[in-house]
Ligand binder design. Structure first.
Ligand SMILES: [Zn+2]
Length: 464
């Protein structure tokens, strides 16, 4: 499905050292991937997988090293993952490195978007499209870098293995299967995740910090339900499902889980304190020195970008109740989404929430099967490879260990015993991040910078 080349030459970065033909290949892959509506329910993930397998085959990878692995989800939808092994000469004597990204996206409704979400559009210095950031960007980077290195005749000193999953945004079952059922294909010393980490830029485009993601909070969702016999609204009973649920939710609103830290979060706040101005910067420094500093914890509580790094959080996200305007509600249900600090179990959080609501009549139900994952200990080889890549794009930017308040496939890989590091090559200003939302985009300059980033990481970790 090769259409007319839609880009003018401005879509290339003349200032980049990245060779022009490889820039074009990367853009073509990116454009094609965004053209697939690979959201849950649309059944397009297997086609994306086949398209990618074709690119690797055409790029000189042999059939025995390319695997498209189908998986049927509950409900019947077919998804897939892709594994590609780049054979090294074994000279380093080290186990392979796994490279992960995901092919699926959160759905986007074309009628809500200003531009068609499933067409890559370049405008005002940005690439727009669903998945332009999360995570067709990552898939493109890894694919394009494999193809470039292969075309150059480069032979790594150890095997590199790409593993693209197909349901990261919903169940993460393909990622789980990749490191369990298909472990023989994916076993590695550690994994690099193209869907985590990344750099932040200041207003002038200067590097502020690069987050090297070593851990993720556990994602868990609870449904809280209050039931009641109900009745006619002209004869209200003293008890009422909606009021009871509302009281429970107000109690949760007023509750703060205790402050927690680990080596990653302390080093994170130490480093960010150096580059963050005002009250928040001061709070970061004080918190890193003394996490029991209440003033510091209070200031960070008030900053949505930082609160999740300091503790477990739970927040109400959905409500449904009642069945008629003139009937007493027979049930009221709220959805409460939690992001749990590593080391705390889902059951402990449930017990705390039950306590906080103070009402045995509130029923709790855990949705899905939350997976908790360990912190990956920082490795010197990964740290120095990433530092070299960061230095070449944005000299002087600090590389900071980072615990993500969100979850990715990384949690499945870590849970299976493979340490995983989010080392995405993207540098953006905070206000440029629109993942999952409307008008998802990445700056054009960042696209070419990320190609350089992965090229450097590959040569640092598996070059001579
Ligand atoms: Zn993602």
């Amino acid at each position: 499905m090769l259409l007319l080349w839609p880009f003018t030459l401005q879509a290339q970065d003349a200032s980049s050292d990245y060779p022009e033909p490889y820039q074009r290949t990367a853009l073509e892959i990116y454009r094609t991937l965004i053209g697939y509506r690979s959201a849950a329910g649309h059944g397009n993930v297997p086609a994306v997988a086949r398209y990618l397998a074709d690119q690797f085959r055409a790029g000189g990878f042999s059939d025995e090293d390319i695997h498209v692995l189908p998986l049927s989800l509950e409900g019947g939808e077919e998804v897939a993952s892709v594994v590609v092994r780049y054979r090294g000469d074994g000279s380093s004597g080290e186990k392979p490195i796994l490279l992960i990204a995901h092919m699926d996206v959160v759905d986007a409704l074309p009628e809500d978007w200003e531009r068609d979400p499933f067409t890559l559009i370049e405008e005002d210095g940005y690439f727009f499209g669903r998945g332009s950031l999360d995570d067709k960007f990552g898939v493109t980077m890894l694919t394009a870098t494999f193809l470039r290195m292969k075309a150059m005749g480069w032979v790594p000193t150890r095997d590199l293995i790409i593993a693209f999953s197909g349901d990261e945004e919903t169940g993460m079952l393909t990622a789980r299967a990749l490191v369990t059922t298909h472990r023989a294909l994916t076993d590695a010393e550690f994994a690099l995740n193209a869907d985590g980490g990344g750099g932040s830029l200041g207003p002038q485009g200067e590097g502020i910090a690069y987050n090297l993601q070593t851990s993720e909070k556990t994602y868990a969702t609870f449904e809280l339900t209050v039931r009641n016999p109900g009745g006619h609204s002209s004869m209200p009973r003293a008890d009422n499902a909606i009021y009871e649920l509302a009281s429970a939710l107000k109690a949760i609103e007023g509750f703060r889980f205790p402050v927690m830290t680990n080596e990653t979060t302390i080093r994170y706040f130490e480093a960010l304190a150096q580059v963050t101005e005002g009250e928040v910067g001061e709070a970061m420094g004080r918190f890193a020195r003394d996490p029991s500093d209440e003033w510091a914890a209070d200031v960070l509580w008030g900053d949505p970008a930082q609160v999740g790094i300091t503790r477990t959080t739970c927040v109400a996200t959905m409500l449904r109740a009642g069945h008629a305007e003139n009937a007493l509600p027979q049930s009221a249900t709220a959805t409460v989404n939690c992001r749990i600090f590593p080391g705390v179990s889902v059951a402990e959080v449930e017990a705390t929430l039950r306590d906080v609501t103070g009402n045995d009549g509130v029923e709790f139900r855990v949705l899905g099967e939350p997976t908790a994952s360990p912190v990956s200990e920082l490795r010197d080889d990964v740290l120095s490879a990433v530092a070299a890549a960061v230095e070449s794009q944005h000299p002087g930017t600090a590389v900071v260990p980072y615990m993500a308040p969100y979850g990715t496939d990384g949690r499945e890989i870590r849970s299976a015993g493979i340490p995983t590091y989010g080392v995405m090559g993207l540098f953006m200003r905070d206000e440029e991040i629109f993942a999952h939302g409307l008008d998802e985009r990445v700056p054009v300059r960042a696209f070419f910078g990320a190609l350089e980033h992965w090229y450097t990481i590959f040569t640092e970790l598996a070059g001579r």
